[in-house]
Write a protein that binds this ligand. Sequence first.
Ligand code: 93A
Length: 527
Amino acid sequence: DLVPVRRALISVSDKSGIVDFARALSGKGVELVSTGGTSAALQREGLAVRDVSELTGFPEIMDGRVKTLHPLVHGGLLSIRDDAEHQDAMKQHNIQPIDLVVINLYPFEEVRFGGGDYASVVENIDIGGPAMVRASAKNHAYVAIVTDPADYARVLEALEQNNGSLPYRLRQELAAKAYARTAAYDAAISQWFAETLNVEAPEWRAFGGKLAQVMRYGENPHQQAGFYLTGEKRPGVATARQIQGKQLSYNNINDTDAAFELVSEFDPARTAAVAIIKHANPCGVAEGASIAEAYRKALACDPVSAFGGIVALNRTLEADAAEEISKIFTEVIIAPDATEEAQAIIAQKKNLRLLLTGGVADPRQAGLAAKTVAGGLLVQNRDNGVVDDLDLKVVTKRAPTEKELADLKFAFRVAKHVKSNAIVYTKDLATVGVGAGQMSRVDSARIAARKAQDAAEAAGLAEPLTKGCVVASDAFFPFADGLLSAVEAGATAVIQPGGSMRDDEVIKAADEHGIAMVVTGMRHFRH
Ligand code: 93A
């Protein structure tokens, strides 16, 4: 299974380590054939190199778009050496076998993520390189394909050990790596198109990513974890600039994402908004005339849970809000920006992380979300439904007042970001009770009401905060009980998707209690 290496074709964009590698090959009597730029680089270092155009008898044309796409190259890569017919073809067309191929591709990813313009990104789609990589890898029975400079040493060592030949097992391993590379390369190209067009479908984009951070541990200390970037252009935890504080943990990243995605539902041109998150669920969300006011309102919803939380803002962090937020233990603040004065206040809390995103995320942006299951990956489009775009229908005798309607829309916006079953009580554009992650909707309604009661008692109020509130449900009420429980808590208006078999029963119960109900036609499950 040993194949002697007599001729190597070298064509690399990343030229690191190539001169030493080529010199070592040359020292072992290997003939070097190379493309324009690579050939020049090797010749400058005094190495004897044959140009591909000399081998093919055809010049590189069209700015290099066509340089190795030639039967004399691909015949040399693909021929079965001990097949009589292939041998005849080689003799007839004067095709010389190539035993070792060293290629790395045009730097598409670097140009793309480096902010290259459309034309230069397209020009950096390598065609001839992947064709040679795939051809050599297919013919690994005779050809070794090296696509990673990190493998140069290993290949030299194997040549040394095997008297100028390479073993089958190594050629197989290199082939496996080669196809992984061309697959990732094409996935990156498809991903770029999808993002450029902003109309991606899950099948257009392979999930992959660039390792950005290795965490000390995962969700729990006995789990290892890494943070991979997909390259999606979206303000948020993955693309933010961290101003201070230690590295974010796995749970911090997850929670910070939930917080910023939620607060991004609120257009900063219309209102200031703050979300406080614990375990990926909001424990307080509010709009306000300022960020400081929104923060106070959000905190009042569930000050006990807010301890050690993540705070997300949709506008610049200013000094007054920075003072307020640093009064209680907070893990992370994520905001579009922060004034110098606010940063100086935060700087006094060494462990508090401050992340600046440069803007809010567009809740309507197309995108992908993924989740693993045993042996599989579930991929779907991001939930980019926005309540403002929905055709809201009043289904009860009483229509909501203008104030109720504003609160209903607020509550539904928040419910989209609460784990199902989600029930969100809202008053004066602030959550007053959040029921999350329960297996029955009626339990979520009760828990949210109880939390509102607790908050009122803690604040020394006579009435629970839910008195005269509105309520949102992320999915329809399967029975009237969930609705009745919200009515009992003090809700006067309801927003929910509708569509239950028992909608009539639920609407009737609402009418009996003088409740105004609005249906959205859109469900916001979140698991
Ligand atoms: O433009 S190409 O798609 N057409 C080709 O025929 C071709 N052959 C090799 N790109 C091609 N290459 C790529 O050129 C290689 O994959 C490598 O990345 C690069 C090396 O070019 P040079 O040696 O001129 O620097």
